[in-house]
Write a protein that binds this ligand. Structure first.
Ligand code: CTP
Length: 136
């Protein structure tokens, strides 16, 4: 039986924290399915990514640990996704600790420790704070 892992996120400005999370999630089973937040869903959450949805999907799909990418369009879709993909484990980074325990009726829920000192928000701040460079 194939052991399938499922996770969700925006994965904007794909960085090493994302890679390490996906690698560790994949190691929990055989296949990793990733729900990538659409631009519309992000705007509902008051977020705006730098990289648009189609390109975030393309980047995620090229990650060797990811077997399938699908759209995350709203909050309540998770139990349906878990059932339709027959996922055994739902996993997120530790910033979400406890938030998805309600899914433990239908699958195992795990929270993996975040990689320290890197996040999309931090990258954006870092770039904004950097002195302008000339690439000529
Ligand atoms: N993640 C992680 N380690 C990091 C950053 C993110 O394990 N250093 C995980 C998150 O916990 C989440 C997934 O990667 O499960 C997708 O996170 P996302 O929100 O897209 O990335 P962040 O860098 O946390 O973005 P932001 O700064 O906008 O919150």
């Amino acid at each position: 039986m194939v052991k399938r892992i499922i996770t969700y996120g925006t994965f904007d400005l794909f960085h090493v924290g994302h890679v390490r999370l996906l690698k560790r999630l994949k190691a929990l089973g055989d296949e990793l399915y990733v729900g990538c937040a659409t631009d519309e869903f992000n705007s509902v959450k008051g977020k705006k990514s730098i990289i648009r949805f189609e390109e975030r999907i393309e980047i995620l799909s090229c990650c060797r640990y990811v077997d399938r990418v699908f759209a995350e369009k709203n909050w309540p879709q998770k139990p349906d996704d878990i059932r339709r993909f027959d996922a055994h484990v739902f996993g997120m980074g530790s910033d979400w600790e406890g938030e998805f325990d309600w899914l433990s009726d239908i699958c195992k829920v795990v929270y993996l420790r975040r990689t320290e000192h890197v996040s999309t928000t931090q990258l954006i701040h870092h770039v904004k704070a950097s002195p302008a460079r000339s690439y000529a």
